[in-house]
Design a binder for this molecule. Structure first.
Ligand SMILES: Cc1cc2nc3c(=O)[nH]c(=O)nc-3n(C[C@H](O)[C@H](O)[C@H](O)COP(=O)(O)OP(=O)(O)OC[C@H]3O[C@@H](n4cnc5c(N)ncnc54)[C@H](O)[C@@H]3O)c2cc1C
Length: 374
């Protein structure tokens, strides 16, 4: 199979680049070792102060509706965090419009949703709160084993019985202006959160649970489906082990499952994520990029790597692979002509592109545009 581009890593950056290139008529494959940061996604994209129409359209075409609204979202521990570009089911509170009376709902026996922290946080913000637990018969089999009582398992049930949840909430609702529910709706049917909202006479806010993130898993699945519908090849569970280079060009990749059959292409995109996904690795002395041995921007003195105050921005999260202006990877100070870098492996080396989800989207769109012109 002759490929135009091989993308290493199938998270937000890899999928965004893959979809864009398939749309541009290129033949691509994504090789992805395993879980990615979308499985932990809050539902809001960091550093997206300007609405990127191309990203919004790309998501819409995949069946994922985003909304662009400045304000704050309620976090799983009851704090508020600024948000701008988010999935449609994430509620944003515009400035000065926090809940006044809230009903926090959880399911009996579900420990991955912190209703009391949420109520405490809302009370600190001036709201009065009630917490109530509901029991749904169809969930009872999950309660037999604590490992089954997880967000995604609950969500599989909820897509079918959301109307019962609405009924229970309506019985419990008194004069509250806001109902808080765990974010366990719409795993397969993205319309469910909207239907719940339409049937409860108060503002309905879905708040994150412990991972996996239901909207994150849904986003990953829909982006992957869109990529494959466009003709892309997604090699899930394979891992790139090594690469061959000829001068300043990458010529092929060897993967765990296809040893002896190097994968070749005209272009390669490295979208292997940060430390979390092993795109970057570290020991007490160094931070390095394990596949190509690329140049990494990092502070020399280990004492400067982190802030003692855990809550502050941590400098080591800013480290990342160095690139030229077109996001070509640098090795020994020189660009590799056909290896581009996208996503959180860049750390904060490209201030123009932001961090987090914003960085993943912008860098992936940028490299896809450059490759598509080639
Ligand atoms: C826990 C967590 C939560 C986050 N939450 C948010 C959030 O709510 N909002 C936000 O804006 N940002 C969030 N971020 C930041 C996040 O990094 C970006 O938003 C974005 O999802 C990163 O996408 P990515 O594609 O660059 O990397 P990743 O999502 O990390 O994907 C990299 C992929 O590459 C694969 N891979 C690695 N090495 C290889 C190899 N050798 N061969 C094949 N595959 C390989 C990995 O298995 C993984 O699937 C979060 C980050 C983390 C770690």
């Amino acid at each position: 199979m002759k490929l135009d581009t091989v993308i290493i890593g199938g998270g937000l950056a890899g999928l965004t680049a893959g979809i864009s290139l398939q749309k541009a008529g290129k033949k691509t494959a994504i090789i992805s070792a395993g879980q990615n940061a979308l499985h932990f996604f809050s539902g809001s994209f960091e550093s997206m102060q300007e609405a990127p129409e191309r990203a919004i359209d790309l998501f819409e075409e995949a069946g994922i509706r985003l909304h662009y609204r400045e304000g704050a979202r309620l976090m799983p521990m009851g704090t508020f965090r600024p948000a701008v570009l988010s999935l449609e089911d994430v509620s944003i509170f515009p400035e000065g419009q926090l809940p006044r009376r809230a009903l926090v709902i959880n399911f009996t026996g579900y420990h991955d949703f912190f209703s009391s922290f949420i109520a405490e946080g809302l009370e600190k913000a001036g709201a009065s709160c009630r917490i109530r637990f509901i029991r749904i018969d169809e969930m009872e089999h999950l309660r037999l084993s604590p490992s089954e009582m997880r967000s995604v398992h609950i969500a599989r049930v909820m897509d079918k019985v959301w109307e019962k949840v609405v009924q229970e909430v309506r019985i419990l609702l008194k004069d509250e202006d806001t109902v808080i529910l765990p974010q366990v709706f719409g795993l397969k049917d993205a319309s469910v959160p909207g239907k719940i909202r339409a049937n409860i006479p108060a503002k309905v806010v879905f708040v994150g649970t412990l991972p996996p993130s239901v909207p994150g898993v849904r986003t990953q699945q829909l982006l992957r489906r869109r990529y494959e519908l466009l003709g892309g090849t997604y090699l899930m569970g394979d891992e790139v082990l090594s690469a061959t280079l000829d001068g300043d060009r990458v010529t092929g990749l060897t993967t765990r499952n296809l040893q002896g059959h190097p994968i070749t292409a005209d272009h390669f995109i490295l979208a292997t994520g940060g430390y979390f996904s092993k795109g970057l690795e570290s020991n007490p002395e160094h931070v390095w990029e394990p596949l190509f041995g690329l140049d990494v921007e990092a502070l020399e003195d280990r004492n400067d790597w982190y802030e003692r105050d855990f809550a502050k921005d941590q400098p080591y999260l800013r480290f990342g692979v160095k690139t030229d202006p077109e996001l070509r990877a640098l090795k020994d100070g020189k660009p590799l002509r056909n290896l581009y870098v996208a996503g959180s492996i860049l750390g904060a080396t490209r201030e123009d592109m932001g961090i987090g989800g914003g960085l993943a989207l912008r860098s992936a769109l940028a490299v896809a545009e450059t490759i598509a012109k080639d």
